[in-house]
Write a protein of this length. Structure first.
Length: 137
C-alpha cells in the first residue's frame, strides 16, 4: 500500500513538472540581440552587412518613400523582410518589428539600387517595412 502511494505521488510530481516545463517553453521569449541586414548592390553585386539601428517606434507613421525611389519585390515572413529599391537618390530601408521598434539600414548611396534583406531581433517578427529616400536629389 505504501509503495503504491509513493508511486502515485511520483507520477503526480512528474506530470506537474512536465506541465510546468511546457508552460515555460510556450511563453513568449524576449527579443534578444540586434536586428541584422544584408544590402546587395543591384548592379555590381557588392554585399554590405551590418546591424540594424533603432529608429523610433513601430507604431510611428510609415515614412514617405520619396518621389524618385522605386521599391518592389517586397516580401516578409516571420522575422525576415526583403525588398529591392532603385533610383538616382540616397535611401535606406526600414523595418518595423513586433518588439515595438523601427529599425533602419545604413544609407545606400550608389544610385544603382539595392536588394535589402533585413531580420528582426531574435524573438520578434516583421510587421511592415519599406524604403525611404534620404536625399533631396
Amino acid at each position: 500500500m505504501k509503495f503504491s502511494k509513493t508511486l502515485a505521488t511520483l507520477a503526480a510530481a512528474t506530470v506537474l513538472a512536465l506541465g510546468a516545463g511546457q508552460g515555460l517553453a510556450g511563453a513568449a521569449s524576449p527579443t534578444v540581440g540586434p536586428g541584422l541586414y544584408t544590402l546587395t548592390d543591384l548592379k555590381t553585386a557588392h554585399v554590405d552587412t551590418g546591424e540594424l539601428e533603432p529608429d523610433g517606434h513601430a507604431t510611428d507613421p510609415v515614412p514617405p518613400r520619396g518621389n524618385r525611389l522605386r521599391c518592389y519585390n517586397v516580401h516578409h515572413t516571420g522575422p525576415e523582410f526583403s525588398v529591392d529599391c532603385t533610383g538616382p537618390v540616397s535611401f535606406d530601408i526600414w523595418l518595423d518589428c513586433s518588439n515595438g521598434t523601427r529599425y533602419v539600414t545604413d544609407q545606400v548611396t550608389t544610385g544603382n539600387g539595392a536588394r535589402g534583406v533585413l531580420v528582426c531581433p531574435l524573438g520578434s517578427k516583421v510587421t511592415r517595412g519599406g524604403g525611404r529616400q534620404t536625399s533631396s536629389e
